[in-house]
Design a protein around this ligand. Structure first.
Ligand code: NAD
Ligand code: WQD
Length: 343
């Protein structure tokens, strides 16, 4: 029998796709989520896609007692830790909420893991920890710096994990630094379901395409990039999900602890905002009206990964193209115009 994994934040966008990949790879999973940014319906749909009920616990990672109950009941090989808040703008307005949830919550989780001697962790970090990169593509040794509380919370957790690995060599701590996750499960049953008006580009584009939003504002057309618009490393969420399976499988194969081992999950390719808009329009057959607007505060011109470390160590690389990212987003958006809240 395969190992059992605790998936915090497993009801969310990336977590729900990863649950499917973990199940397909033969892992037993327990999802722990407070549903602060997700719905029970996502868990139900994952259950129906995998053809069996998912063990779901509604709980908060800041609640040590609740976590202890879960660890006492199950023997986990490790934890994949997605639970966190992720809205950059909200983090500027409410920094304490972000530090409490993302940093204090992770400390509580690590304490309970230590109590139960579960020392394998895969953590959702972000390319945001690289700030404005000095060089491209961005490799894992690039300097780290952040300009907003959300990014700072991810970087702080990384520092905590580094210190923890020094203090006790039995830990295996892999922060996966995601670039720009987009796309949805090819079934169209699960996908990204933002509250309110999306902050991120792909959900904004898809809501314009489906007619929920009138027009996209493209933030800046004077960057020194291929067409003046920002360039990002978009990665399909199902590729990202497979990256987590590869990280776990890597940990299972190690004879000695790996300590703190950060790894980028990106495609290694940059795509501009305008290129993504054009690809989405072609795939969906819909017009995507847009206007150019001022640069968004805090944005950088270009950001894409060196994906070599993931390939060398994890034997993983992203497979899916921008076209497939747009197709799967469009399927999810057009089948679920109101996300999980069907009305
Ligand atoms: P998401 O909001 O869809 O998923 C996060 C899940 O965590 C949600 O289901 C939410 O209810 C849960 N959660 C939040 N706080 C919790 C708490 N205190 N206790 C229990 N559950 C809690 O976000 P996502 O896009 O799936 O992101 C997953 C992780 O990856 C996050 O940590 C995020 O910061 C990180 N990340 C996301 C992106 C991205 O662009 N989506 C990029 C880089 C990193
Ligand atoms: C991409 C490009 C925008 C919206 C953010 C977080 C990062 C990570 C991923 C969690 C930029 C442009 C966007 C719009 C636009 N999340 N854009 N019009 O900023 O690269 O990264 O999500 O860790 O931390 O900062 O992603 O999708 O917001 O923007 O022109 O309405 O699209 O200016 O060039 P970003 P994004």
């Amino acid at each position: 029998m395969k190992n059992k994994i605790l998936v915090t934040g497993g009801a969310g966008y990336i977590g729900s796709h990863t649950c499917i990949a973990l199940h397909q790879a033969g892992y037993d999973i327990v999802v722990y989520d407070n549903l602060s940014n997700s719905s029970r319906e996502a868990v139900n749909r994952v259950s129906s896609l995998i053809g069996q009920p998912i063990e779901f616990i509604e709980g908060d990672i800041r609640d040590a007692e609740s976590l202890r109950q879960v660890f006492a009941e199950h023997q986990f090989f490790g934890v994949i830790h997605f639970a966190g808040l992720k809205a950059v703008g909200e983090s500027v307005a409410q920094p304490l909420k972000y530090y409490d949830n993302n940093v204090s919550g992770t400390i509580t989780l690590l304490e309970v893991m230590a109590e139960y001697d579960v020392k394998n962790l895969v953590f959702s970090s972000s390319a945001t920890v690289y700030g404005d990169p000095e060089r491209l593509p961005i490799d894992e040794n690039s300097p780290r710096s952040c300009t907003n509380p959300y990014g700072q919370s991810k970087l702080t957790v990384e520092h905590i994990l580094e210190d923890l690995a020094v203090s006790d060599e039995s830990w295996n701590l892999i922060p996966l630094r995601y670039f720009n996750p987009v796309g949805a499960h090819p079934s169209g049953q699960i996908g990204e379901d933002p509250n309110d008006i999306p902050n991120n580009l792909m959900p904004y584009i898809s809501q314009v395409a489906v007619g929920k939003l009138e027009k996209l504002s493209i933030f800046g057309n004077d960057y020194s990039t291929v067409d003046g618009t920002g360039v990002r490393d978009f990665i399909h969420v199902t590729d990202l999900a497979q990256g987590h399976v590869a990280a776990l499988s890597y940990l299972e194969q190690q004879a000695v602890p790996v300590g703190f081992l950060p790894i980028n999950l990106g495609t290694g390719k940059g795509t501009s905002v305008l290129e993504l808009v054009t690809a989405f329009s072609e795939v969906s057959g819909e017009d995507i009206p847009y206007q150019f607007a001022d640069r968004r505060a805090g944005d950088i011109a270009s950001c894409y990964a060196s994906a070599d470390k993931a390939k060398d160590l994890l034997k993983w690389q992203a497979e899916l193209s921008i076209t497939e990212m747009c197709q799967d987003t469009w399927r999810w958006q057009s089948m679920n115009p109101n996300g999980y809240n069907a009305t």
